[in-house]
Design a protein around this ligand. Structure first.
Ligand SMILES: Cc1cc2nc3c(=O)[nH]c(=O)nc-3n(C[C@H](O)[C@H](O)[C@H](O)COP(=O)(O)O)c2cc1C
Length: 231
């Protein structure tokens, strides 16, 4: 099986066994199992223990909601996500409940909760495939998500299928080898050399877009904190 990955150092088997399938079996996931997955998500650590994560969940037995969530995935992703017995949209709260300030760790904490859910899923014999490819506007309108919350990812969950009914392109994705960068590329015992290695075209894209993505920028928060200390 190509989804098996080898490592130089021994790690927990759940990490080795997790992969992102593009095909799921028809077998439904029972509500007790789902509850264990959400319990695992619930145990994730979070900044100020605010637990900003939310999961909008539909199983195939709730056909109307399932269709609604499926249509929040981009068309490319719908092609494989529709095989999953459970679909979710992960939504995170962008402000702290305790003081109303922006929670710049909301995405980070959502990721921790999804990771917990994912490894519990693997423990249960299930697999998860996340999808960045969702239509954010549709999520806001179709699922009535208010201001102050942000959709993060779509999640398809189920027992991995064999991929036989997929298009050749998706079959190739389903069966592709899992690859990773070596440890030496991201573990730095000392000053890291993180200089930009983009080509000219990539640099242009970076320059064009860098001012437009502000989420996760801590500077305004620190500036406000400093200003409050001065007064
Ligand atoms: C945040 C996130 C977004 C992703 N978005 C998509 C997506 O839109 N479509 C897709 O086919 N796979 C998506 N994936 C799956 C990744 O392509 C996959 O995790 C990666 O290639 C590594 O493969 P592995 O999970 O099997 O180890 C996403 C994964 C993550 C974590």
């Amino acid at each position: 099986m190509n989804n098996v990955i080898t490592t130089t150092h021994n790690v927990h088997p759940l990490l080795l066994d997790r992969w992102s399938p593009k095909s799921f079996r028809d077998t439904p996931v029972c509500s007790n199992t789902l509850n264990r997955l959400f319990e695992a998500a619930r145990l994730a650590p979070s900044c100020f223990n605010e637990q900003p994560w939310h999961f909008v969940v539909a199983t195939k037995s709730d056909a109307a909601l399932y269709e609604k969530i499926l249509h929040c995935f981009t068309e490319d992703n719908q092609a494989w996500a529709q095989t999953a017995p459970v679909l979710m949209i992960a939504v995170t709260k962008l402000y702290f409940e305790h003081n109303g300030a922006p929670n710049v760790f909301a995405w980070h904490d959502m990721g921790l909760a999804v990771a917990n859910l994912t490894f519990q899923a693997v423990f249960e014999g299930l697999q998860v495939c996340e999808a960045a490819g969702i239509d954010h506007e549709k999520v806001y309108t179709e699922l009535a998500i208010p201001e102050g919350y942000q959709p993060c990812v779509g999640i398809a969950l189920g027992y991995a299928g064999n991929g036989d009914n997929l298009s050749p392109v998706l079959q190739q994705k389903h069966n592709r080898e899992r690859t990773r960068k070596p440890l030496s590329s991201f573990v730095h015992y000392g000053e890291p050399d993180l200089h930009m290695k983009l080509n000219e075209q990539q640099k242009q894209v970076y320059e064009m877009m860098k001012g437009k993505f502000e989420f996760g920028d801590l500077r305004p928060v620190f500036e406000m904190a400093r200003a409050r200390i001065k007064h």
